[in-house]
Design a protein. Structure first.
Length: 162
């Protein structure tokens, strides 16, 4: 049996409207973290796994909801070469933390998956035809102090927002 957790349609509708406004009306840089990557994918026409454990079979499950402190990485993400994520981090793989039970399933038209967990789950998306659009499933805000690649995500976002 799968578990969606609490659903708040008003919040979802509001957040999707804000994302579309930022992209279509004022064309601001976008950085989606955790729920943010999922919301961006849904807002642009993709969908999500509502419950990874029940909907995404894995031979050896990755701790997508890690049982220890978020400043400690729990798994690796393979970065797709030539993508924004690859250019920003300069890495082929990233060490990430993980605290989610939902994830992008069908990637929205116009978006590209640019990072994957070893199990194949999409961990990062970008919109190549947009000035700065990146969504990550992990929480770089807990990792930036010890990981230069995570710090670079925020530095690039701030630079794009200037």
């Amino acid at each position: 049996k799968g578990y969606c957790g609490t659903i708040i349609p008003q919040r979802d509708n509001h957040d999707i409207a804000v994302a579309k406004y930022f992209m279509n009306e004022i064309k601001k840089p976008i950085l989606g973290i955790c729920r943010g990557i999922q919301l961006l994918n849904v807002a642009l026409g993709g969908d999500i796994y509502q419950d990874i454990p029940s909907q995404f079979p894995q031979d050896f499950p990755i701790a997508h909801t890690q049982p220890f402190d978020y400043v400690i990485p729990s798994h690796k993400v393979r970065v797709v070469p030539g993508t924004l994520l690859a250019r920003l981090t300069g890495c082929e793989t990233l060490q990430v933390n993980s605290m989610h039970h939902q994830a992008c399933r069908k990637i929205a038209p116009g978006l590209t998956a640019c990072g994957h967990a070893a199990c194949g789950l999409t961990e990062a998306i970008e919109k190549p035809d947009y000035p700065f659009f990146l969504g990550v499933q992990w929480h770089p805000e807990y990792l930036w102090e010890q990981d230069p690649a995570m710090r670079q995500l925020f530095e690039a976002f701030v630079k794009a927002a200037r």
